[in-house]
Design a protein around this ligand. Structure first.
Ligand code: SPD
Length: 282
């Protein structure tokens, strides 16, 4: 039983907890959506008891997921975000003035509603930005039905591979993401922890390499996620263009970033754990 005053994600024999209390808990058609107030990181969101985000511990995750893709793709006019219902990923994408249309497909309208109500700093101005278009629906089906070569960047901001997010880690989904990317495009996804979800992480990177041709994981931290050690993986068909941040895009966003910089990104791609590099090459 969780101790009073603590909210824990319990995973594989370890508890990842914050001191705080629950301020809203509702069951949607897909999952249990909880909003909490924590002592250290402000208000936060959990889905089915798993940490998703928190006001004062979200920049690292969202900057890491977005900027290697948005700084590396040849063009960035049309961006698709699958998941991301708290708005943090959309907010970071829209900081790039080159983005003209951002389509976000989130399966759970309750996540959007509660994030808008309790976590307004996550989405910031995204919800009313004229470039932003929200579809509440199945992102996997959306990708399957989208036209070939219709997006410059596709970003998956999903949960762990269970429940509604399970299909965001398989070959059929990744193949559709590759198909709907325009030439010079970049795909990005959160790719779990190299420690707590080692097998899922390795399988995901290997599969992305098979499907796209080029894929590389980048490593960083999200303190409340299992192990705190996290990864984001980027893929492209025409070379590892996500590793080469375009200077003009870097210049336009760097001052507003808390963690991400072109230098940080280079180090984060290089910070691959030795055992993961061996496993990926085996
Ligand atoms: N183990 C949690 C993985 C969650 C990744 N997505 C978080 C959503 C933040 N926008």
């Amino acid at each position: 039983m969780p101790e009073p005053g603590w909210i824990d994600e319990i995973f594989d024999g370890v508890r990842y907890g914050l001191e705080g209390h629950v301020i809203s808990e509702q069951q949607s058609s897909f999952q249990r959506v909880s909003i909490i107030e924590s002592k250290r990181y402000g208000k936060g969101l959990l889905l089915d008891g798993c940490w998703m985000t928190a006001e004062h511990q979200e920049r690292h995750y969202h900057e890491s997921l977005v900027h290697p893709a948005l700084c590396g793709a040849e063009a960035i006019e049309r961006v698709l975000v699958i998941g991301g219902g708290d708005g943090g990923t959309a907010r970071e994408c829209l900081r790039h003035s080159g983005v003209k249309e951002l389509h976000m497909v989130e399966i759970d309208g309750l996540v959007v509603e509660l994030s808008q109500q309790h976590l307004p700093s996550l989405g910031g101005g995204c919800w009313t930005d004229p470039r932003f278009q929200l579809t509440v629906g199945d992102g996997i089906a959306f990708a399957a039905n989208a036209a070939d070569a219709s997006y410059n960047v596709v970003i998956v901001d999903g949960s762990d591979p269970a429940g509604p997010a399970e299909g965001l880690f398989n070959r059929a989904f990744f193949e559709n993401c590759r198909r709907i990317l325009k030439p010079g495009g970049v795909f990005a996804t959160q790719s779990e922890s190299p420690e707590a979800f080692r097998k899922v992480h390795i399988d995901t990177v290997k599969l992305l390499r098979e499907v796209f041709g080029y894929a590389d994981p980048m490593y960083g931290w999200v303190p409340m996620y299992p192990s705190g050690w996290w990864s984001w993986t980027f893929a492209a068909v025409d070379g590892p263009r996500y590793r080469q941040a375009k200077p003009e895009r870097v210049a336009s966003i760097a001052a507003g970033c808390e963690i991400w910089s072109a230098r940080w990104q280079r180090g984060a791609f290089d910070a691959i754990p030795a055992n993961i590099e061996r496993a990926l090459n085996s």
